[in-house]
Design a protein around this ligand. Structure first.
Ligand SMILES: [Fe+2]
Length: 237
């Protein structure tokens, strides 16, 4: 399983599976989820702290396939920095340029924090047309031109720890736009979009350097559903 996760994320930036959680774990996580407020965020210093938030969650994260994948992907030891519990209500689709102006999660963006992995555990069934994550496959990879420019700048002692997109960032900056966004039109021209949907217990893991957004809906009758999610953030130690 570890190699499956690692290879998919190296290739596309995202891995989706319904094979990691069993029924008991899912039910137990759901129980723990009910005790949390919407958008309740826990800052994590030591991974043991997760035990207090949810023992099932802590135990789930100890499996080799996850630990080994994280270490191999980052090429060093990693740490969980945040655990977020969220219930996201779908919103009706509005003009893409408006989303980007607002700089919100409904426009394609990267998290602007360099290499970062998010592990998401879905706790309700999610329709394909609802507000699942849309991920631009392969967009986590920094382009050859970006890499070349970064290496030149590094020779001058600049952009030392820069490990994210450069041209898109600088282009947006000059134009006075949100630096870490890209228009839907440009994204769809360059990348294939993977939309996350499926049954409760689905797990999806992605590199937040890739462009992604929360899907918005085109019909009112999907706006009653909430997307229940536990999200874990992982960064280099
Ligand atoms: Fe994001």
């Amino acid at each position: 399983m570890k190699d499956l996760i690692l290879n998919e994320i190296i290739k596309n930036g995202i891995f989706i599976t319904n094979q990691l959680l069993d029924e008991d774990e899912k039910n137990s996580l759901k129980k723990d989820f009910l005790n949390k407020k919407n958008k309740e965020l826990f800052k994590i210093d030591k991974e043991e702290q997760i035990k207090k938030i949810s023992e099932t969650l802590f135990n789930f994260l100890q499996q080799d396939s996850i630990k080994d994948f994280l270490r191999d992907y980052f090429g060093s030891e990693t740490k969980c920095t945040n655990v977020l519990f969220s219930r996201a209500v779908p919103e009706m689709k509005i003009d893409d340029s408006e989303q980007i102006k607002k700089g919100n999660v409904f426009g394609f963006h990267n998290d602007d924090s360099g290499k970062q992995i998010k592990i998401n555990i879905l706790l309700n069934d999610l329709d394909e047309k609802s507000n699942g994550l849309e991920y631009a496959a392969t967009s986590h990879k920094i382009s050859k031109l970006d890499k070349f420019l970064i290496s030149v700048l590094k020779n001058f002692g600049l952009y030392k720890n820069w490990d994210k997109h450069l041209i898109n960032y600088q282009k947006n900056k000059i134009q006075g736009k949100k630096v870490n966004f890209m228009s839907e039109k440009e994204i769809k021209k360059k990348f294939k979009i993977i939309k996350v949907h499926g049954k409760s217990g689905l797990i999806y893991i992605f590199d937040t350097n890739g462009f992604h957004r929360q899907g918005s809906v085109e019909t009112e009758n999907l706006t009653n559903y909430k997307r229940e999610l536990i999200t874990l953030y992982y960064n280099k130690k």
